[in-house]
Design a protein around this ligand. Structure first.
Ligand SMILES: Cc1cc2nc3c(=O)[nH]c(=O)nc-3n(C[C@H](O)[C@H](O)[C@H](O)COP(=O)(O)OP(=O)(O)OC[C@H]3O[C@@H](n4cnc5c(N)ncnc54)[C@H](O)[C@@H]3O)c2cc1C
Length: 382
């Protein structure tokens, strides 16, 4: 049986997130874009309302919600402002591999407290020389007694400046390639951990992105996440859970751009009629509407699959790739529809265009998603 309807609880989460986005996020989106401050007051309120860390299991005090509930919330928050929603999603990204692999001790010590307090976390995998090519990591951890000595540089880490702890991937045995990578849970305040300056990015400027350097950081054995040599599986396996939410953020941004453009097209007149009545503009609007709908359906399917216990890697990549491209195209067309006003900072769509670009880059670029999709679909014929 197929149903595209939401149950009562899902509807309630969507409604709460939508109202929060409208009443709390929208009024401050331009302000945070300009000041580039971290949106602590918004994060704290979102946490209070139960809109963050929704997948923390019930046995650790969390709500244990599914991926589908997560994407419903993610779309609404990003509709409000993706620069503000990205730090919250990045918490989900840091949590995902930890929930997949961490010991009960680590779950109690680091994850359970996030239910009561708006504690931030970060997923620290990318390095200056290793983004798409994760195998090119240079970070290492060497065993010394009951500790691991961690050295390395991470780059482009969301929440690096505000997180209490980081999920870190490093080589513990380079000769074993992917099987020689181990994941560690590292506290920001430990000796040798130094976050860099906040990066000034094209968009999503409220989000806190930094490099982090690790110099002879002593990590206790108990802070290995999962097993030694299994870090790669955790770091990559997390994306099946988190790419649907990132893609949902792209859908939310696209929806925001579409709404601004549709309204404007009915108000702005040229040659004696609203520009919406020029076919060239109405076709742009039609393409926006259909692409947003298609992106949402792919995202929902990818989330639903993992909630059913099915492998969703292919669909998570399809959704992330499609929704990321849709967000960027829709935001660009929204600027086009607003003409000169679209290019101006007094109107919201230029920010949406700047914010949209990252959806084709982080959590696996648009090209890497296509590699995953091509490998999977061609594999079915090999
Ligand atoms: C704002 C921001 C936030 C981020 N947050 C995080 C975070 O929280 N944690 C984290 O670990 N990382 C994070 N990242 C890193 C992000 O995931 C990487 O930037 C991304 O994976 C791409 O890696 P790269 O920048 O090294 O580009 P590269 O891997 O060098 O790629 C450059 C270009 O080449 C293309 N390319 C590379 N390899 C191939 C190939 N085999 N075939 C075809 N094309 C290819 C890419 O698609 C891209 O267009 C963030 C990045 C940004 C900008």
């Amino acid at each position: 049986m197929i149903s595209f309807g939401l149950d009562e609880d899902q509807q309630a989460f969507q409604d709460i997130a939508r109202q929060f986005a409208e009443n709390e996020i929208r009024p401050v989106t331009a302000q945070y874009d300009q000041t580039m401050e971290f949106p602590w007051p918004i994060v704290e309120k979102a946490h209070e309302l139960g809109l963050m860390n929704t997948h923390i299991p019930e046995e650790y005090g969390g709500m244990g919600l599914g991926c589908l509930e997560g994407v419903l919330i993610a779309e609404e928050l990003a509709w409000g402002c993706s620069g503000i929603s990205t730090p919250m999603e990045a918490n989900g990204l840091a949590l995902a591999p930890v929930i997949l692999g961490a010991s009960p001790h680590l779950m109690e010590k680091y994850v359970a407290p996030m239910v009561d307090k708006p504690i931030m976390a970060a997923y620290a995998v990318t390095e200056p020389g290793a983004g798409s090519d994760v195998a090119a990591l240079r970070s290492t951890a060497v065993k010394k007694g009951d500790r691991w000595i961690l050295n390395g540089e991470k780059m482009w880490i969301t929440n690096a400046g505000v997180a209490d702890w980081y999920f870190v991937l490093a080589y513990t045995d380079k000769s074993k390639k992917h099987r020689g990578m181990t994941a560690f849970l590292v506290e920001k305040d430990w000796d040798g951990v130094v976050p860099g300056k906040k990066e000034v990015n094209l968009g999503q400027r409220a989000s806190d992105t930094r490099a982090i350097s690790f110099t002879d950081v002593e990590v206790p054995e108990e802070n290995v996440v999962g097993e030694v040599g299994k870090g790669w599986l955790l770091a990559m396996g997390a994306f099946d859970h988190t790419r649907p939410a990132v893609a949902a953020g792209a859908v939310g941004l696209a929806r925001a751009a579409f709404e601004h453009a549709a309204r404007y097209s009915l108000e702005r007149k040229t040659m004696g009629r609203p520009i919406a009545h020029h076919q060239a503009i109405s076709f742009l609007i039609a393409d926006m509407a259909k692409d947003i709908e298609a992106a949402r359906l792919l995202v929902w399917k990818s989330a639903w699959m993992i909630d059913q216990g099915q492998r969703n890697t292919l669909y998570a990549s399809m959704g992330k790739c499609f929704a990321g491209d849709v967000a960027h195209r829709v935001a660009s067309d929204a600027v086009q529809i607003l003409g000169g006003y679209g290019f101006n900072t007094e109107y919201p769509v230029e920010k949406l265009l700047r914010d949209s670009k990252i959806y084709q880059i982080y959590e696996g670029t648009a090209q890497i998603q296509r590699l995953i999709i091509a490998r999977d679909v061609l594999g079915q014929f090999a």
